[in-house]
Design a protein around this ligand. Structure first.
Ligand SMILES: CC(C)(COP(=O)(O)OP(=O)(O)OC[C@H]1O[C@@H](n2cnc3c(N)ncnc32)[C@H](O)[C@@H]1OP(=O)(O)O)[C@@H](O)C(=O)NCCC(=O)NCCS
Length: 189
């Protein structure tokens, strides 16, 4: 799985690998703590470091760099980005993450469409049995998005994420291949 793969096409969105000309906008989103991280940790990167992370991401399953940008098909506008990473040394845990960088475009179903496309893409890998996601317990939009897509809350990791000066509890969500196939037999979201 890599950002260099073919675009993923949904009804309104195309998810494609980030291009050089996208990077200033993506970097601006990354560097706006209220945009990307009201419920998350935040770390400012240099532009060079960000560029390097994106270039190295396709060969690194643990990379936190965006794998796809969300391009609206109608007008080509970039709305956000999504990624996935495998962080555990033993367990088969592949988690997705997502940001609607264009805040005025939130609550229009784009997040749901984008994560649905990403999940379908990840399950195209035969070895993957489960896709996961984490989110701060206070992050209602993220909770709603995951539950709407059929993710199950499997537990709450207490005091597992430090941001905005304090420890936060985080929900851990999972979705099995069988659940996803039953929900979207045609492979869509
Ligand atoms: C989380 C995020 C990606 C959701 O994207 P979005 O495009 O606004 O989500 P959608 O429009 O697809 O909505 C998905 C569900 O969440 C609900 N939702 C979205 N924003 C909401 C809000 N502010 N309050 C309550 N519910 C909300 C929607 O109503 C929808 O549920 P429904 O279908 O039952 O009505 C977006 O809010 C975001 O980028 N947040 C900042 C970054 C972030 O927190 N990322 C997740 C880290 S875990």
């Amino acid at each position: 799985m890599s950002a260099a793969e073919s675009p993923l096409e949904g009804p309104r969105l195309r998810l494609r690998a980030p291009r050089g000309e996208d990077l200033p906008l993506l970097f601006d989103w990354y560097n706006d703590p209220e945009l990307v991280a009201p419920f998350d940790r935040f770390s400012v990167d240099t532009f060079e470091g960000f560029e390097r992370a994106l270039a190295e991401a396709p060969g690194d399953p643990g990379s936190l760099a965006p794998r796809y940008v969300l391009e609206r098909k109608e007008d080509g506008k970039l709305l956000g980005f999504v990624g996935h990473y495998s962080a555990h040394p033993v367990l088969s845990l592949t988690d997705v993450w997502y940001v609607l960088g264009e805040a005025t475009e939130r609550r229009k179903g784009y997040g749901q469409e984008a994560v649905g496309l990403l999940v379908t893409h990840l399950f195209a890998t035969p070895r993957l049995a489960r896709v996961g996601a984490t989110c701060d317990v206070a992050n209602l939009p993220s909770v709603r998005l995951l539950e709407r897509l059929g993710f199950t809350r499997e537990g709450t990791l207490r005091r597992s994420l430090f941001h905005h000066g304090t420890w936060h509890d985080v929900h851990y969500y999972g979705l099995t291949r069988e659940e996803w196939t039953a929900k979207a037999p045609a492979g869509g979201s």
